[in-house]
Design a protein around this ligand. Structure first.
Ligand code: ASP
Length: 242
């Protein structure tokens, strides 16, 4: 069974100073799922809540809830249509073409931050891959896969074909390479995205910042919406490689 619109959403957040984390998945009415992820971190002894239980916490914390049709937009309808058409042509081709994890099917929002005290944090929020099976959970709400932050190394938020990021424990792998191998953020992030994930067929990218304010934004797809803003307040943004 394939998810119809609105697709359930998921989010996660991690505080690099304390390594506390919170996440939610399979929620359908929470206006800002990242607030629910933060509520899980700050107001429960758990890390990940899903479905009705997660929405119950949202109500308890008086977070904004919206009717399901609030989340159905023209953009998402067209996206679903396009992905379903591609998927159909893949099936009539005998499944020779790769499953559709193209940039068409993804659209996660992530943020990583370093504050003036040297503390790091990461957050990720998503509708998940378009045209997924009911019940499918991606990497975005999984700490270590889609999101990770540790003041000792870096803060990371991922986007891409979640199954590959889960198997690679991608966000944590960037931090682990820095910590255990002593390599710089860019080298660790490039190794995970441009070599490990790319070799496995895992399309996507990540944004990361380390405790010194170095930033890495590697991706192995045609483009990735990304931006950086520093204390001077001048934003830098880009979509494609150049
Ligand atoms: N990583 C997300 C997932 O697999 C998709 C995305 O990045 O848009 O659910």
């Amino acid at each position: 069974m394939i998810c119809d619109l609105p697709e359930p959403v998921a989010a996660s957040i991690m505080d690099g100073a304390t390594r506390r984390a919170g996440a939610c998945a399979e929620v359908k009415h929470v206006k800002n799922p990242i607030e629910l992820a933060r509520a899980v971190m700050e107001h429960t002894p758990h890390v990940l809540l899903i479905g009705d239980g997660a929405e119950a916490l949202a109500k308890e914390r008086s977070l904004s809830l919206m009717p399901a049709d609030y989340f159905v937009t023209e953009h998402r309808k067209l996206q679903l249509q396009r992905v379903q058409e591609k998927e159909k042509s893949r099936k009539t081709d005998g499944g020779k073409k790769a499953q559709v994890p193209s940039s068409e099917a993804i659209g996660t929002v992530g943020a990583v931050a370093l504050d003036r005290h040297g503390h790091l944090a990461a957050g990720t929020s998503t509708g998940g891959m378009v045209n997924k099976r009911v019940g499918r959970v991606g990497d975005s709400p999984l700490i270590g896969a889609g999101t990770y932050a540790d003041d000792l190394t870096c803060a990371v938020s991922c986007t891409g074909h979640g199954e590959f990021f889960i198997r690679a424990v991608a966000a944590h792998d960037v931090a682990a390479r820095m910590r255990y191998q002593g390599v710089a953020l860019t080298n660790a992030a490039d190794e995970v995205v441009l070599r490990q994930l790319a070799a496995a067929g895992g399309a996507g990218g990540l944004i990361a910042v380390d405790a010194r304010g170095n930033v890495a934004l590697p991706f192995n797809t045609a483009g990735m919406y990304r931006g950086v803003i520093r204390a001077d307040g001048a934003p830098w943004t880009a979509v494609r490689k150049d």
